[in-house]
Design a protein around this ligand. Structure first.
Ligand code: UDX
Length: 427
């Protein structure tokens, strides 16, 4: 099939490259010329493992990029909306970019004679596809719903592993108002060994939110248990290892620590809370998932103060700035509130991250950024471990550079050892 993908962020670019890998012809669309030029040069606009190889393999053959919506729509049968859905100041979903993309698609669709399917892949709150996207497309195209197809096909891609997750899904969800559109979208994935869940658009939208919100709930649950265990001298990791053996629970996403960050979990849980409020429901549990998560960074700084007392003027090393390992993405990183609290308390912050120094510099200019763990630890009065980078699992040799070997571990990367004062956040 001929596919156009609107938006070349990590969902759009990965989806476009993987659809090409599945044998489809793909046109990526974006308003950002630099991204278009990068893709047409076979260079990924974002870092994703395996993406560069796919772009090099397919660009110029069955994958191209353009800023021309009309060209893309005229030369494709299915268009995926893969644009961002950030949070607004109140934490609710901001559909501005989705609405703009829908209007542009509608304008282009006006000129198209044949049947065309519009698919929402962006993470949107329930009812968005039917009550926001569909009416905008109708208005701008002048067409009736039966003249074009509309569907909702959420993604379940982890940042850094998005190509793997696209090509190895544990579920494919297609929500549509009519079978024709749904059949066409489902057929695009026929090259993958995975059953397709067919449903309506709002159910597909809700599946995405519940999937992410449940994962975030597991993490906050693990953190709450960890905070209790810490006070009782119990290692929560030992507890969760046994609890995770229950087939109804499973061992994953029970790692307590500094909490969840990223561009998805915080945003999606808050958006679902906002949608619940909109329909007059008070989501107590979802609110507590956010509340627990937002308290974890302060607990890191609290443990530091318990041991150092006044940290004003003290040199504190922060190891890990990205929201998780193997990415340079600092969106909602738990290091951000930690660094803010350290600076607010007058500490001097020495930071190191293998990939994310540059991005954090845009937020905190007064932090001293280092290009190695050793350099960041030199003369430090304490060290906080905030991101689960593999290189932080063996630091014994470099703690000797510290003035005071106090280690506050927010990611269960190390264990108590001789010559260091080791403190686990929840263990
Ligand atoms: C997540 C979902 O996993 C993915 O399915 C969805 O499509 C997008 O959101 P991502 O945000 O890339 O993916 O990150 P993920 O690997 O899930 O980790 C999210 C955060 O949770 C990270 O900050 C990580 O450090 C934290 N985490 C994860 C925990 O604190 N404990 C855990 O046990 C697991």
């Amino acid at each position: 099939m001929r596919i156009s993908v609107i938006g070349t962020g990590y969902v759009g670019t990965v989806s476009g490259a993987c659809f090409a890998e599945l044998g489809h012809e793909v046109i990526c669309v974006d308003v950002d010329r630099s991204k278009i030029d990068q893709i047409n040069a076979g260079v990924p606009p974002i870092y994703e493992d395996g993406l560069s190889e796919l772009l090099k393999k397919h660009v110029g053959l069955r994958l191209s990029a353009t800023s021309d919506y009309e060209f893309a729509l005229m030369n494709s049968d299915v268009s995926f909306i893969c644009v961002g859905t950030p949070s607004d100041a109140m934490g609710n979903i901001d559909l501005g970019i989705v609405k703009a993309a829908s209007a542009s698609l509608g304008e282009a669709l006006k000129k198209k004679k044949g049947y065309h399917v519009v698919v929402v892949k962006s993470t949107v709150v329930p009812e968005t596809t039917e009550k926001v996207v569909l009416p905008i497309i109708e208005k701008h195209s002048g067409k009736r719903p039966e003249d074009f197809g509309i569907a909702m096909n959420p993604e379940f891609l982890r940042e850094g592993k998005a190509v793997h997750d696209f090509m190895n899904p544990d579920k494919i969800v297609v929500g549509s108002l009519d079978m024709r559109a749904g059949d066409i979208v489902a057929s695009l994935y026929s090259g993958l060994e995975c059953d397709v869940t067919r449903t309506n658009p709002r159910t597909a939208e809700m599946i995405k939110y519940v999937n992410n919100s449940f994962l975030a709930t597991k993490i906050s649950f693990a953190n709450e248990v960890g905070n209790i265990c810490k006070e009782l001298g119990i290692d929560t990791y030992e507890v969760m290892k046994a609890v995770g053996k229950d087939f109804r629970i499973g061992p994953h996403f029970l790692n307590s620590g500094a909490g969840f960050g990223g561009s998805c979990f915080p945003k999606d849980v808050k958006a679902l809370i906002g949608k619940a409020h909109e329909i007059g429901y008070e989501p107590l549990l979802l609110k507590s998932v956010i509340e627990v998560n937002e308290k974890q960074p302060s607990r890191m700084v609290g443990l530091l103060k318990n041991r150092l007392g006044n940290i004003s003027g003290k040199k504190i090393a922060v190891l890990g700035l990205a929201f998780k390992n193997d990415t340079d993405d600092i969106r909602e990183s738990r290091s951000i509130p930690v660094i803010k609290e350290l600076l607010d308390n007058g500490a001097k912050v020495l930071a190191y991250d293998p990939m994310a120094n540059g991005n954090m510099k845009k937020i905190f200019g007064s932090v001293e950024y280092h290009s190695s763990v050793e350099s960041a630890l030199r003369g430090a009065d304490a060290c906080l471990i905030m991101t689960e980078w593999d290189e932080f699992r063996s630091l014994d040799k470099v703690f000797g550079f510290m003035k005071n070997r106090l280690i506050i571990d927010g990611r269960h990367m190390l264990a108590p050892g001789k010559d260091i004062e080791y403190v686990g956040l929840c263990w």
